[in-house]
Design a protein around this ligand. Sequence first.
Ligand SMILES: Cc1cc2nc3c(=O)[nH]c(=O)nc-3n(C[C@H](O)[C@H](O)[C@H](O)COP(=O)(O)OP(=O)(O)OC[C@H]3O[C@@H](n4cnc5c(N)ncnc54)[C@H](O)[C@@H]3O)c2cc1C
Length: 475
Amino acid sequence: MLPPKVPDQLRQIVGLDGVITHDSELRVYDCDGYTLEKSTPQVVVLPRTTGEVAAVLRLLHREQVAFVPRGAGTGLSGGCLPLAAPVMVCTSRMTRILAVDFANRRATVEAGVVNLAVTNAAKGGRLYYAPDPSSQTACTIGGNVAENSGGPHTLKYGVTTNHVLGVELVLPNGEVVQLGGPMEDVPGYDLVGLTVGSEGTFGVVTQATLRLIRRPQAWKTLLAIFESVDDATQTVSGIVAAGIVPAALEMMDQLIVAAVEAAYHFGFPTDAGAVLIIELDGLAAGLEPQAQRVIEICRVNRAREVSVAKDEAERAALWKSRKRAFGAVGRLAPSYCTQDGVVPRTKLPDILRVISKIGRRYRLRIANVFHAGDGNIHPIILYDERDADQVERVLNAGREILEACVALGGSITGEHGIGVEKIQQMPLLFSPTDLLVMQQLRRVFDPKQRCNPGKIFPTPGVCVETTRPKRRAAV
Ligand SMILES: Cc1cc2nc3c(=O)[nH]c(=O)nc-3n(C[C@H](O)[C@H](O)[C@H](O)COP(=O)(O)OP(=O)(O)OC[C@H]3O[C@@H](n4cnc5c(N)ncnc54)[C@H](O)[C@@H]3O)c2cc1C
């Protein structure tokens, strides 16, 4: 319950224009990129500084009001869906890059800074911020920290946790804590590592100190075209088995290639079964022999054609097409749900066959575009959210895909998190004791569990979460 005086008290902290209470404006915040479930907050508050976040959380603590942190709302597991949380604390006005330290290769930024803005700020020193989610032109560093986000280039460079040195976190009682810092290897427990990936359940991250890395001297970006998904996935295993670690190794299947080509006109062959984008980087002198070896492996696996981007413009166009692939999906169906599972790389052919079978059984089209080098699949299930029967089939198909990932020795998420979407699947990976211990850990930060309630953990002994929003997209 939200005490009626709270919106005005919030206005006193952040100003009149920092609080949204009008129904039509609130609807903007009723879901993230996972649109199968929706729930509208009662109030959205938009602080500009750590001090304002702390004052907001102190007020909510005093009034015992639950809240949910939100960045840009590009999450794909319903992480910022307000469940039993009347207030949403949104960091979209906290966009200052506070320091870029070229000599020590660090940047300190506010939580609402967009991922790509960090790399843009570091360009002058030939540095960049490595984690590059495909949503990097929109998603925020706070959201990346909460989800431990990855991206195409995390195959070689690691995910967010490998690039965060410190965070400033406002605890749910309003206390501001500094975890880690600008130096490497802080002694004691790795509280930064614990916070990265905590999906907004520990408090609101207000600042992060990020590691910057040197831009590679050169790149070689290859496009390999295959008749079948099987041949493409065997190539992925072949490249890694040969001891080559590409910077990125991405796959798109025929359905997504056709949509991407229609949208961006890169020149992809729309009759191909699958394409791989393989990027090698490092010292210019070493790249040519590696590229030749990769081309050989593609040919052994029956590639129809392999080409190398001839200049930076062609490389950029290729990446633009890949990173905007989700945007092209609107050409295929009115709605889509992006799944996120992981399998051992060698099991990619098996999981893609399973996905295709599940699609046929549920009469759903499923497109695939994913970080193949990591074994991180993203089946995109196409549907129409106005049709309740289709929605039900999408939910069942998604569940079966995740079960198949686990059965093949993988996991239920590679980078999008559990959010609300995958709560029911947590027991596939964790025992009741594991889940209990994780929740005890959460209570250290948030004893009353008022920060992002209803996320990550299933309620013990309950088969279907009753805290989930009643208004499904199709109903
Ligand atoms: C087209 C598209 C492509 C994508 N590609 C990728 C990809 O390649 N790799 C990848 O990993 N993800 C990808 N994503 C998913 C998404 O962009 C990431 O999860 C991203 O990190 C979310 O950032 P956000 O700012 O939008 O966070 P939101 O969606 O607003 O929130 C996500 C979670 O973080 C929490 N949170 C947000 N800000 C804070 C904060 N300041 N403090 C504490 N908790 C906070 C929220 O409570 C929520 O649980 C993609 C999404 C889209 C739509």
